[in-house]
Write a protein that binds this ligand. Sequence first.
Ligand SMILES: [Zn+2]
Ligand SMILES: [Zn+2]
Length: 278
Amino acid sequence: MKHKFTADSHVHSSNSFDAKSTVGEMLDRANGLGLDFLTITDHFEAAFYHEANGEFGDQTVLLPKSISDVRAQQNRKDVKTELLCGIELGEPLHDLSSAEEALALTEYDFVLCSVHNLKEMGDFFWLDYSEKEIPSLLKKYFLELSESTQWGRFNSLAHISYPLRYICGRAGISVDISDYKKEIDELLKLLAEKEKALEFNTCRNSLLSAKTMSECRDIYFLKRFKELGGKYITLGSDAHKAEELAMGIDGAMDILLQLGYGEITVFKGGKPHLLPII
Ligand SMILES: [Zn+2]
Ligand SMILES: [Zn+2]
């Protein structure tokens, strides 16, 4: 890794229904790559927390296991990478009491908030898109992110451009993101005021770099966040297996420098630590 500090703060272990490598394997890989910090953020999906046989597995078993695996690996003396305990809190507003329950499981270093689906709808990954429903979908999405930020029990907002991966990337529908300026500004201003971080999710894209940044869907948000007073950026590869760890992180840091961010943020014990990129 070529920067002063390197962190991957969004990573899934085998305690997520869709991930492969154990916490120990993730830590070995992180240490091999020379990462300073690795934060395990296994899935919590609020509306399905008590659905033991659903798509997401029995999260009431998986999440405590994620925490205990992290705690056990934190005792290792043979690695330099600092291992931190996090959670990806999906759609907390869809079941607040389950969200509170998951948050009470331990003292997390880091809580990432994400929205993969709107209420009573499938994950953006699964939807069939028609051009005319995009404005209403995206407005609802940004509104839910704002409402989640009002609730506020998290440190960083994950993959803000998530629906665009599928609307633009897969369905090939072009979106002029500035059409949603009002909703996005409201959200980013609130995040900045509440001293929350915005995540730059590299989505395991090893081609991410200052040269390819015009193709990156997060640039609009990162720029506007800074203009509206945002300070904290966390970085995550969203790796679901050890080989994917830190993919795109170096490129993301080069992009952050171009955008005028001199530091990345790592949360420890729920507190932001700013680390210089160069
Ligand atoms: Zn996610
Ligand atoms: Zn994730």
